[in-house]
Structures are given as C-alpha cells and as structure tokens.
Ligand binder design. Structure first.
Ligand code: HEC
Ligand SMILES: [Cu+2]
Length: 344
C-alpha cells in the first residue's frame, strides 16, 4: 500500500496516451457505423445507471428507515402480497427493456445492411498469420497492410481468413468482427474524414497475434481513384528513372522476394506475403515496426524477420535464392523498396 503512489506516473502516462489523435478508440466514434454503435452503448449505459441509482436509493432508504432501533420489537409489520407493487416492478423493467430493444433491433438492420449498392465499394479482407491483405475486386487491386478507402463512401467488407480465425477491428470506425477460414463474414464501414484509422487483430491467432496491426487510410475520392489506378499500373519503372542502385536492388528482389511478394507491373505472388506495390508509402514495417530514417528496422526485418515477429512466414534473407546480402546489396535492395510508390 505504501508504495502504491509509485504507480501514479504510469496512470498519467496511460491517461496521456489516450489523448493523442490515434483514431484507436471506440469512445471517439467516427462515421455512421461506429456512431450508431456508440449511441446504443450510451443508451444501455444510461438505462443501467438509472436502474442502479434507483435501486441503491431504495436500498439506502430502507437501511436507514428500518434499521434496528433501541426500542424496537424486532418484528416489522407483516404483509402478504401487494398488487400495486407487483404491477410496478413488473412494468418498469418491461418498459426499460422495450426502450433498449426497439432502437437495438432497428439499428441492427442498418448495421447488417451489407448488400453492395451503386454507391458502395467492396473490399475483400483476407487475414493471414500475421498480416492483412485487402483486395479490391472492382479495381483489380491487391494491397497489403494499409487499406486505402475513399471518404464518405459505404465500404462493404468481406472478411475471410486463410489459416486460422482472426478478427478485424478498427475501433474508431466499427465494432469487431471475425475473419473465419471458409466463411465470408460481411460488414461495412464509412469514414467521414480523411486520416489514418488504426486497426488490430482481436482474435488470438498465434505467437505474433499482438503485432498484427494495420491501418485504414481514408483519402478523398479523387485521390482514391488515382491510388487505385496507379496500384494497377504499378510504381514507376526504376530503369526509366535512372536510379542505378535501385536497378541493382530490383535484381535481388526478383531473385529472392518475388516468389512471395507481388509488385504490380513486376508480377509476383501476392499469396505468400503482402503485396509491396506501394510499400514505399508505408510508415511501419510488417504492421508495427517503425520505419526509421536510417532503415535500421527494415534491414533487421529483411535479414531475419523471425525474432521480430515470432512465427511469421518470411524466411531470413540468407536462406533465399540470392543468398546473404553484403551491406551494398542490402542498401540496393532497400533503395529499390523505397521506389515502390504510387501516390505523389
Ligand atoms: C516465403 C515467402 C517470402 C519471401 C521469399 C519473402 N518474404 Fe517478405 N514477407 C513474407 C510474409 C509472409 C510477410 C508478412 C509477415 C508478417 O507480417 O506476418 C512478409 C513481409 C515483408 C515486409 C513487410 C511488408 C509490409 O507490408 O509491411 C517486407 C518489407 C518484406 N517482407 C520484404 C521482403 C524482401 C525484401 C524479401 C526478399 C529478400 C522478402 N520479403 C522475401 C513472406 C516472404
Ligand atoms: Cu490475427
């Protein structure tokens, strides 16, 4: 007890951590889905608070009024049934449940309306141990880790999983829903403002489950169209930009990486690992590792991703066809990865 105050600074840190605009809170809902869900949470909370206040008020009143007094005979007045009371305490809960039920049922239909329309856009969300793949069937685009969406557009998500059960959660945009192998679970989101909405896997799916983060990046519809078109087209060809080091890097990439990583325009296999078409625009590596200016984390990831994200499916570079990389080769490969951009 004496040392409990030492925990105080941590409490403050935790409070402060909640302050930055991270878009990671269901209590700061954005868009129609999260706002509806939050209003239902609030409604049930208010009803519960009302019940607790009334029950406790009666409880305290009874405690005081009927407490043991000195001149008491210890035998309160005996009553047998009271119709009025019975009616009251049956009716009040029924009314409260109705107040709770009617908006819940109505909103459930709105939230479950995942039928694609003229205005909506569909994204298939494939969850893998331990990364996310976003497929845009209307655009023929496959993207890894970052899900770009246009603002103020209904996005119908078709959740799927390729190995075990995962769960898709972008707290500021919508409640969580499971990605189950062999089953397509639909849901929808809509982002009112441009910005980054943080997402997490919320189903224990293996050793690196806790690092299975992703982003929803909402951009204005015009930017989205540019993005989608360029994601099909692929990034600028490095041989045309005269970036000699990157050209060298691309050779290593084609020898060792393309078997699992797709780059539009280059080919490759998007099933083995995240598509890297726009990797140069990521701010983190593998969902969580900050991409620092000196590329320390990126180099560490390529050299040996195992310890950084336990159980992930990417081999160490030394075990790939091109073999281990010396510093220059690593620099070339990273220079190439940095050219993989489709916006700007
Ligand atoms: C056997 C398949 C495989 C090969 C070969 C492979 N990777 Fe990967 N890579 C993966 C998988 C799977 C992931 C996702 C890991 C995770 O986050 O769980 C990944 C993730 C990455 C990421 C992070 C992507 C992101 O969106 O943040 C980078 C960068 C990367 N790999 C680079 C490379 C490079 C460079 C090579 C070649 C030297 C390579 N990979 C070879 C499977 C592979
Ligand atoms: Cu997961």
């Amino acid at each position: 007890m004496k040392y409990l105050w030492r925990l105080l600074p941590f409490t403050f840190i935790m409070l402060l951590a909640g302050c930055g605009k991270q878009n990671l809170s269901a209590l700061d809902p954005q868009g129609p889905v999260a706002e509806t869900q939050f209003s239902l949470i609030r409604l049930s909370l208010y009803i519960m608070i009302f019940v607790i206040v009334v029950v406790f008020a009666i409880y305290v009143f009874v405690l005081i009024k009927f407490r043991d007094k000195e001149d008491d005979t210890h035998m309160p007045k005996q009553v047998h049934g009271n119709k009025a009371l019975e009616v009251i305490w049956t009716t009040i809960p029924i009314v409260l449940l109705l107040i709770l039920a009617v908006p819940n049922v109505m909103e459930t239909f709105t939230l479950a309306d995942t039928e694609p329309t003229e205005e909506s856009m569909t994204v298939r969300v494939h969850a893998h141990q331990f990364w996310w793949e976003f497929e845009y069937p209307d655009y023929d685009v496959v993207a890894g880790q970052d899900m770009y969406i246009p603002t103020n557009t209904k996005i119908v998500l078709e959740l799927e999983a390729s190995d075990v059960i995962h769960s898709f959660w972008v707290p500021a945009l919508a409640g969580k829903q499971d990605n189950v192998p062999g089953i397509m679970n639909p849901m929808w989101i809509e982002a009112p403002n441009e910005g980054v909405y943080m997402g997490k896997c919320t189903e224990l799916c293996g050793p690196a489950h806790w690092l299975m983060d992703f982003k929803v990046i909402a951009v204005d519809p015009d930017t989205f169209e540019t993005w989608a078109a360029n994601m099909v087209e692929g990034p600028e060809d490095v041989t045309e930009t005269g970036n000699e080091i990157a050209v060298e890097g691309r050779e290593i990439f084609e020898a060792s990486c393309i078997a699992c990583h797709a780059v539009a325009g280059e080919g490759g296999n998007p099933q083995g690992g995240p598509a890297l078409t726009n990797f140069g625009e990521r701010t983190v590596i593998a969902g969580y590792l900050p991409w620092d200016d000196d590329d320390v984390n990126l180099e560490a990831w390529i050299r040996d991703p195992g310890p950084l994200k336990p159980g992930n499916a990417m081999p160490a570079v030394a075990d790939l066809p091109y073999g281990d990389l010396n510093d220059e080769e690593m620099e070339a490969l990273i220079a190439y990865l940095k050219t993989l951009k489709v916006l700007e």
